[in-house]
Design a protein around this ligand. Sequence first.
Ligand code: NAD
Length: 244
Amino acid sequence: MAETVLITGASRGIGAATARLFGEKGYNLILNCSKTYDELTTLQKEIEEANEGVNCLTIKADVSIASEVNYMFEAAAKRFGGVDILINNAGISHSGLMSDMDDNEWDRVLGTNLNSVFYCCRKAVPYMVSQKKGCIINVSSVWGLYGASCEVAYSTSKGGVNAFSKALAKELGPSGIRVNAIAFGLIDTDMNKCYTEEERAALADETAIGRFASPEEAADVIVGLATGHSYMTGQVIQFDGGWI
Ligand code: NAD
C-alpha cells in the first residue's frame, strides 16, 4: 500500500503545492486547513482526478487546538492506519511592534506556528515508532534563525520550531524516524500579499537570485527531503535564494 502523508495548512501556498507533488508521486494524502475548506476540497478533487489511485482525505481542524489535532489523527488512523510522513506547514504571520501585541495575538501566533507542531508530532510519532520508520518536516523560516524586526512573535515561534526539530531528531533517530526543519526565505504566497510591488521588488533585490521562490520550488525541497536523503536528520535547512 502507498505511504500516507499528512500536510497541515494545505489549502493554498506551500502546503497546496506540496500536496500536488506528493499526489503526482502516488502517496495517499491527508490534507488539512482550519478555515478555507472549499479550497481544500477543490484541491482534493484536482489531485484525485490527476492521479489515478491516489486517495485524499480532507480534514477541517484548527491545529492550534490539541483536541482538533487529536480528532484529525483519529480520522487519519481510521482511513489509512497511520501517518508515514508528517509535514507541519500551517502557519500565520503577524507584523507590528512587540510592545503593541496583546496576549491573544501572541498566543495565536505561538499556538498556530509552534504548539501545533508539538500537538501533531505527539499524535504522529507512536505509529511511526511502531513501523520503525517515519519522516517529519517542520516548515520554518529564516526569521527563526536570525530574527526580524516587527515580527518578534513569528521569529520566536519559528526559532522554537527549529529547536524542537533538532531535539526531536535526537529522540527519534534510534527509532528510524527523521526530523528536519526547512527555513524558507521569500516564497510567493498569500503570506506576502501585504507587500506593495515596490516593496516586493526591493525584497527580491536583497536575494542573490533576485526573486521570490515559487510555492512549487518550496514543495520540491520538502518532497525531496521527505522521499530521499535518508541520512539527513536534525537539520534546519536554509532555503532562501542567498537572501541572508
Ligand atoms: P499561506 O497563508 O498561503 O498558507 C497558510 C496555510 O495555513 C493555509 O492553508 C491556511 O489555511 C493554513 N492555516 C493557518 N492557520 C491554521 C490553523 N490554525 N490550522 C490549520 N491550518 C491553518 O502561507 P504559506 O506561505 O504557504 O505558509 C506556509 C508555511 O510556510 C507557514 O508555516 C509559513 O510560516 C512558512 N513560511 C512562509 C514563507 C513565505 O515567504 N511565504 C517564508 C517562510 C516560512
